[in-house]
Design a protein around this ligand. Structure first.
Ligand SMILES: Nc1nc2c(ncn2[C@@H]2O[C@H](COP(=O)(O)OP(=O)(O)OP(=O)(O)O)[C@@H](O)[C@H]2O)c(=O)[nH]1
Ligand SMILES: [Mg+2]
Length: 379
């Protein structure tokens, strides 16, 4: 069945294919059944242009990367980057752009929601030097959000308003995932990019000097061709991390802030379990305290794995090993916390300040060690 689909795909003469002038970067996660459709649509709309498409796939379980390579065997304009052990739409787009040599770049979703028919116009505007970045906008005159329900439309408008905190430009749709740009516009911004979350255009514009010229063109957001949405509740968290990184990332790493917030939640979990066991169930204090500490550490591990280290999330056997190394590391952190606090208290520091100093030392230790050993070394 699959080979019949592929056999119907026209072979492009390898010897005569020109060097690409436009690279279209398509981030994918579980988009296998959209790959052919995306390539066919690009082929139709970009006829007469020297283009290539680079799919950047985060090792999708549905075999998206394999499908891309099958198509690439028949068409040298198709390329695949398969990233192992990492997730993230923004970082995928950055790597795709960096892997290309074309003077012009575009970013487009892999589910056919973006209107590829607009690409030749975007490309033309760039070549005519009308702007450095051309944004496909859903919110400018002539654009639209298609079939979105009221709550998603409200969320998008709210997120767009929040983006004003980090960009000065009056873009109507800074949250757009559909845009084209000159290579130089990417190069001036690339070292300042946060690379977290879903919103690569916002990241780019916020990291660009004000001399970068941006222009918007309207398009109507379509429904997905096949497959399922990856937009989930964590996308909003990723977005807040991006905004925070843009606002104060130079002073303090946002990952550490997220880790500390999770730690705060852990304290609440600890007290909830302790109160239940010790007060409501009348268990001995030491047992209640020990159980509360283990439950709090486990819930911190789950939250950090889902939120703080979302892009390196551990699964299966690695999840179990990660939990063990997290609990061991945080236990040492707890000793350091108590040791430092006790020492300072004995030096006649105020009890609250002594405790705070202990907490900071414990948190920094836990963060540094788990970021290195639980989430980085385990892959
Ligand atoms: N490489 C990579 N691509 C991703 C990741 N998450 C999403 N994508 C791709 O990014 C594009 C946008 O994701 P979607 O799930 O379509 O998000 P959306 O368009 O905002 O949401 P829907 O309207 O519900 O489809 C799609 O091509 C996804 O396959 C990721 O972690 N890594
Ligand atoms: Mg989509």
């Amino acid at each position: 069945m699959e080979s019949r689909v592929l056999n119907s795909y026209p072979r492009v003469d390898r010897a005569t294919s020109a060097t690409a002038e436009l690279s279209v970067i398509v981030p994918t996660f579980n988009e296998r059944d959209n790959v052919m459709e995306v390539v066919n649509r690009l082929d139709r709309s970009l006829q007469g242009n020297a283009w290539e498409v680079i799919f950047v796939d985060d090792d999708s379980p549905d075999g998206t990367a394999m499908r891309v390579r099958e198509v690439a065997q028949r068409d040298p304009r198709v390329r695949c980057i398969q990233r192992i052990g990492r997730r993230g739409l923004s970082s995928a787009c950055v790597e795709g752009m960096l892997s290309s040599s074309s003077p012009y770049l575009a970013v487009m979703d892999g589910d056919c929601q973006h209107d590829e028919a607009l690409l030749p116009h975007m490309f033309e505007l760039l070549r005519a030097d009308e702007a450095d970045v051309i944004v496909g906008s859903r919110y400018t005159n002539g654009g639209g959000i298609g079939q979105w329900d009221a709550s998603r439309a409200r969320m998008s408008r709210f997120a767009t308003r929040l983006s004003r905190a980090v960009i000065k430009s009056d873009l109507s749709d800074p949250m757009s995932g559909f845009f084209a740009l000159r290579r130089e516009a990417m190069e001036v911004a690339v070292r300042g990019l946060s690379g977290v979350g879903f919103k690569i255009l916002l990241d780019l514009v916020a990291s660009s000097p004000s001399t970068v010229r941006v222009k918007e063109v309207p398009y109507e957001f379509r429904s997905r061709h096949a497959g399922e949405s990856k937009l989930d509740s964590q996308a909003m968290w990723g977005y807040l991390m991006l905004l925070a990184d843009k606002l104060f990332g130079d002073i303090i790493p946002v990952r550490f802030v997220a880790f500390a917030l999770v730690g705060g939640v852990g304290v609440l979990v600890h007290f909830a379990v302790l109160t239940t066991l010790f007060r409501a169930m009348s268990l001995p204090f030491t047992i209640s305290q020990a159980v509360a500490a283990v439950v709090a550490m486990a819930s911190n591990f789950v939250l950090n794995n889902t939120l703080t280290f979302r892009d390196m999330r551990l699964k299966g056997w690695r999840w179990v090993k990660g939990l063990v190394s997290f609990v061991l590391t945080c236990s040492i952190g707890a000793f350091a916390n108590v040791g430092v606090a006790t020492y300072l208290f004995k030096q006649h520091m105020l009890w609250g300040l002594s405790a705070l100093a202990g907490i900071v030392v414990g948190a920094v230790w836990n963060y540094a060690m788990t970021a290195t050993y639980t989430w980085s070394k385990n892959r």
